[in-house]
Ligand binder design. Structure first.
Ligand SMILES: NC(=O)c1ccc[n+]([C@@H]2O[C@H](COP(=O)([O-])OP(=O)(O)OC[C@H]3O[C@@H](n4cnc5c(N)ncnc54)[C@H](OP(=O)(O)O)[C@@H]3O)[C@@H](O)[C@H]2O)c1
Length: 329
């Protein structure tokens, strides 16, 4: 099939593109910037289109002959941009991709949302019926695109929404790398009691979910939480990373409230000057936002089965960070 993957050079996009190419599909990867990763994708055999999902004409061109769309492109890691940028890319961009997909009569449209649409889960584990209460502009804009996807489903397009939990694995440039880096230093400052629940999602498990969602007749018009089998307390996650690296780690605890205040103040100060803040509320939320999910619906309806568990996932991830020189061997 001819498949469009928006955000194809991102952490998740790259893993999905590789799998689709290995399975013999023709992949068009759309991405914002030219770089080493786009070159790598071309070497694998993907067709790469550079440009923004906010560019309607370009999105239309990319869509020619496409049968399936995986829409992953998102403003996500950008910090030194106004909040309106998140709206433009995550909501406006999604609408553009949907519109072009509709015109082109694609057979399946998979929208990559986030478990973050549920914000802090009050009664963990939450399922898809847990209250939607995004906690920041990223989560809010990811959620605002969901009704737009449903609008096209009602028009007649086959759509599936996936809400992934915290994705990690080889290739993760940021969140888990920060955890591993701090663990490797031998000391991990824990703000709060460390008992916050966190639901990891190994990258290969998520790629499997994308492939399942592509199948005809599966999940149409539905939203699914996608995560690993088990969730953990964040302190256990840190200890798991230490085991994977085979290093001892000391975890001193500090109060969280001062960091919350500092996060808000620093972000407010940095934004107008387009400075990337060293600490910001979304990062602080890691210590206090419960995210634990029941993935029963995806198992029952999509046949989803997370094959890689946490210890194995962390081991593979640690090995990758060392092999690629992110961490000392
Ligand atoms: N990572 C997680 O834990 C997590 C959890 C739940 C959901 N998600 C969702 O999963 C998806 C993939 O996440 P990820 O961690 O793989 O993110 P990522 O590495 O930041 O990838 C996002 C990709 O989207 C591209 N992109 C951004 N703005 C774009 C635009 N205007 N037009 C075209 N491409 C654009 C980026 O390209 P450039 O780098 O060239 O700008 C990047 O390649 C996202 O939709 C995210 O919201 C992620």
């Amino acid at each position: 099939m001819r498949i469009l993957v928006t955000g194809g050079t991102g952490f998740t996009g790259k893993a999905l593109v590789r799998k689709l190419l290995n399975d013999g599909h023709h992949v068009v990867a759309m991405d914002n910037k030219e770089g080493l990763k786009t070159q790598e994708l071309r070497e694998w055999g993907a067709e790469v289109v550079i440009g923004s999902v906010t560019d309607r004409e370009l999105v239309r061109k990319c869509m020619k002959g496409v049968e399936v769309v995986h829409h992953l492109a998102a403003a996500f890691r950008e910090l030194n941009v106004p909040n309106s940028y998140y709206e433009e890319v995550n909501v406006g961009g999604t609408r553009n991709v949907l519109e072009a997909a509709w015109e082109n009569k694609v057979s399946k449209f998979i929208y990559c949302s986030t478990c973050g649409v549920h914000g802090n889960v009050d009664n963990p584990p939450g399922d898809e019926t847990a209250p939607v209460k995004p906690a920041d502009y990223y989560q809010r804009t990811k959620y605002e695109a969901e009704p737009v996807v449903q609008e096209y489903f009602r028009k007649g397009m086959k759509t599936v929404i996936l809400r992934p939990a915290a994705i990690y694995g080889p290739g993760d440039p940021e969140r888990f790398f920060m955890i591993f880096k701090r663990v490797a230093s031998g000391r991990f400052l824990m703000f709060g009691n460390g008992k916050t629940l966190y639901h990891p999602l190994y990258i290969d498990n998520l790629v499997d979910a994308f492939l399942l969602a592509m199948q005809p007749g599966k999940g149409d018009g539905q939203a699914y939480l996608i995560a690993d089998e088990e969730y953990v307390q964040i302190e256990d996650l840190v200890r798991g990373a230490a085991r994977a690296l085979n290093v001892p780690v000391w975890i001193p605890h500090l109060p969280i409230w001062p960091v919350i205040v500092v996060g808000h103040v620093v972000e407010k100060f940095c934004k107008p000057f387009r400075i990337t803040p060293p600490i910001f509320p979304r990062r602080v939320d890691w210590y206090r936002q419960n995210r634990a999910f029941n993935i029963g619906k995806a198992k029952r309806e999509l046949g989803y089965k997370p094959l890689v568990g946490l210890d194995e996932g962390l081991r593979r991830t640690a090995e990758w960070y060392r092999r690629e020189g992110y961490l000392r061997a």
